[in-house]
Design a protein around this ligand. Structure first.
Ligand SMILES: [Zn+2]
Length: 266
């Protein structure tokens, strides 16, 4: 199994220095498996970048994504010599616009997501959710595969053990809080486990000892999330997990973590 680490959107928010970095990444994984290519999160899609499916003005003004066509997962899949149709599965941490934005670029892929997340995104009820979930990202009616946690736990966490059509090396790990049905995605590699924790935390210091996460970043996350208690509880558990020598934990937006796995932040 080979894992490619992709940055599918550089975003340089207003006041970025108060968040601990000038620019954030959208850290996605492209995994070569026996079941075809598996994309973990999609970043911003081609339509968001070229304006066909424009992002909300507020997001563009405040989060300031670079809108670089070369950064889309679609362009990077092609650069690696694959066709978009080779992406057979997309496993999502959640459906926020910077994670599910590339769904329309891979219309033939099965889309795996927690049932609670799909319900929250497609049946938006909270006013605050209307700017994070964009119906244009699933207007093509993807082939959804939804799950509740079931089966044997993973490292003490609830887990979805068997994703439809995928092998046992890729699991969904519910880490609710940042969004209703937010999950991590655990991948078993030759070196051990890699846990992509999505937006369960934003800055490496939040789960690693001896470092302090910027206060503004903590406040920003609290503002976004529907369940702060669950979010903080999960961060506490991720802190323990990250201290395990055979488990590597990464999140979506920390550029230093992306560089540590060999990525280049542009
Ligand atoms: Zn995000």
């Amino acid at each position: 199994m080979r894992i490619h680490h992709l940055n599918c959107a550089t975003m340089c928010p207003v006041g970025g220095k108060f968040f601990g970095c000038e620019c954030m990444v959208c850290h996605c994984l492209l995994i070569e498996t026996d079941a075809g290519l598996v994309l973990v999160d999609t970043g911003l899609g081609e339509g968001s970048v070229n304006g066909e499916r424009p992002l909300p003005l507020g997001f563009r003004k405040i989060v300031r994504p670079k809108l670089d066509p070369a950064q889309t997962a679609l362009a990077q899949v092609r650069d690696l010599g694959y066709s978009p149709d080779d992406v057979r599965h997309i496993v999502l941490t959640h459906l926020d616009l910077d994670h599910g934005g590339g769904l329309p670029d891979f219309p033939k892929a099965a889309v795996h997501v927690h049932a609670r997340e799909k319900d929250a995104a497609l049946g938006v009820t909270r006013a605050a959710d209307k700017t994070r979930y964009l119906a244009q990202h699933w207007a093509h009616q993807p082939s959804w595969r939804t799950y509740e946690a079931s089966g044997e736990r993973w490292q003490g966490f609830d887990a979805v053990r068997q994703l439809d059509g995928l092998g046992p090396e890729i699991l969904l790990i519910p880490l609710h809080g940042h969004s209703e049905g937010h999950c991590g995605v655990a991948v078993q590699t030759d070196q051990g486990w890699l846990l992509h924790a999505g937006d369960a935390y934003f800055h490496r210091a939040e789960i690693r000892p001896g470092q302090r996460a910027p206060a503004a970043l903590k406040a920003f996350q609290r503002l976004l999330c529907p369940d702060n208690r669950a979010r903080l509880h999960n961060q506490q558990r991720l802190r323990q997990l990250a201290s395990e020598p055979t488990i590597e934990v990464i999140c979506s937006h920390d550029p230093a973590e992306f560089e540590a796995v060999g990525g280049m932040v542009e």
